[in-house]
Design a protein around this ligand. Structure first.
Ligand code: NZQ
Ligand code: ZN
Length: 392
């Protein structure tokens, strides 16, 4: 068991109609002129934007709007947002949407408050020393960006997708009304559930410093999301299931399920980021398409964790060798992905990659992680290529 720092400063306001509290929350954190940052327009179509601007008008809070954050959000829009904020004297960013709008908002926040090119942070050249205060109204349970220290941006030139983590970027508040997620397409709901589970699994499949309290919370979270993803697959308007998944999304990525271990494996995410950068796939679907191949490649090196996962999360019977039990757990997880219409390989994901493409992704991934990475098993470029090939 390792020591750890657990820092989650985000104020969470959870439940029905909580978006109506946005004005008082912005004031509480000192916002006077706000950039409302959002995605491709779902928040306008759902009527949420009108409700939010109505509250700001009533509270006398000035605002301007910038939409257009796409899934795998682009650096070019971040630059545009930085210029806009500087020109308009913005002192607070309100992200209304999912991980893409939130991550783009964080990047804009870094760009406004730090000199030089904001991409330097994502390129691991230097670290940020500040960020504009960020508030969030969450519309999809998935990335956990509403409570995480991370932001993931894609640089269009070279299609490079990279993450940057800093406590400065953590949201001041996160408004979470599960009802807001009811307009999601089923595919995005399933992608979100997959991502939430993966954030916990990345921290669970490690060879370093596991802790019983953390493991038990992680397993409970995984069982809960799995059960409620199946409910939402049949009954997308189920409020309680939406609420379980939404809160799980934040807890899965605010650090809680990693306390006491070595920080996690994270290689499924790193491999997916290459897919997202090159093929612009939905993040959760990309994770599902890679995970089985990754798991079969590494499980012998982390057998005790895969066995425990099989029994405690997937409900596999404790019969046979450890290896047989672990493999049954991996198969059960893939069956679960299929049951919520998630892909289990790159073909099902719709990616037609040549071997040259796979080599390029493996190379970029290895460069991105500084050569090698992983805790369930340390992977180098050759291993990454083998996993990409197995996932075809
Ligand atoms: O853009 P709009 O029109 O809003 O539509 C979005 C988008 O098409 C739609 N949507 C969201 N809420 C909706 C809705 N449609 C109808 N009703 C609603 N209530 O769903 C689509 C996906 O939205 P997006 O924000 O892209 O999804 P997600 O939250 O999964 O974010 C994905 C991005 O976050 C990154 C991913 O790599 C990807 O770039 N991640 C960020 C992390 C972090 N900051 O901590 C961690 C993650 O591992 C992840 O890498
Ligand atoms: Zn993720």
């Amino acid at each position: 068991m390792f020591g750890f720092k657990y820092y989650t400063p985000t104020k969470v306001v959870f439940g029905k109609e909580t978006e109506l509290k946005v004005g008082e929350l912005i004031k509480e954190f000192g916002g006077k002129k706000v950039l409302i940052h959002y995605g491709g327009g779902s928040v306008i179509r759902s009527g949420l934007m009108d409700r939010v601007t109505g509250v700001l008008d009533k509270e006398g809070i000035e605002y301007i709007k910038l939409g257009g954050a796409v899934p795998n959000p682009h650096l070019s829009l971040v630059y545009e947002g930085i210029e806009l904020c500087k020109k308009e004297g913005i002192d607070f960013i309100l992200a209304v949407g999912g991980g893409s709008a939130i991550d783009s908002a964080k990047a804009i926040g870094y760009g406004v408050t730090n000199e030089g090119d904001v991409w330097d942070f994502y390129d691991y050249k230097r670290v940020a020393e500040a960020c504009l205060p960020i508030g969030v109204i969450l519309t999809i349970a998935a990335t956990g960006s509403e409570m995480s220290d991370s932001s993931v941006i894609t640089k269009e030139e070279g299609l490079v997708k990279r993450g940057y983590s800093s406590d400065y970027g953590r949201a001041k508040f996160a408004i979470m009304n599960p009802e807001l997620t009811m307009t999601l397409p089923d595919y995005q709901t399933a992608c979100g559930c997959t991502d939430i589970m993966m954030h916990t699994m990345e921290r669970y499949f490690t060879n370093g410093g596991n802790m019983e309290i953390t493991d038990s919370m992680a397993e409970g979270l995984l069982r809960t999301v799995k059960a409620n993803a199946l409910i939402l697959n049949k009954d997308p308007k189920n409020y309680d299931a939406r609420a379980e998944v939404m809160w799980a999304g934040s807890l899965a990525h605010n650090g809680l399920t990693g306390c006491g271990n070595d920080g996690g494996d994270w290689m499924t995410h790193k491999l997916e980021h290459e897919l997202g950068g090159l093929y612009d796939v939905a993040h959760g679907a990309g994770l599902a398409a890679i995970w089985g191949s990754w798991a079969r490649y590494v499980y012998r090196n982390c057998l005790h964790r895969f066995k425990r996962f099989a029994i405690n999360v997937m409900g596999v019977e404790e019969a046979g060798t450890d290896e047989e039990i672990a493999l049954k757990g991996i198969e059960a997880m893939e069956d679960f992905y299929r049951s919520i219409n998630m892909p289990t390989n790159l073909r099902e994901l719709g990616v037609k990659a040549t071997d040259e493409d796979l080599k390029e992704m493996a190379h970029k991934c290895a460069v991105g992680v500084g050569g090698e990475m992983g805790s369930a098993r340390v992977l180098n470029e050759e291993d990454m290529l083998a996993i990409f090939r197995a996932s075809m």
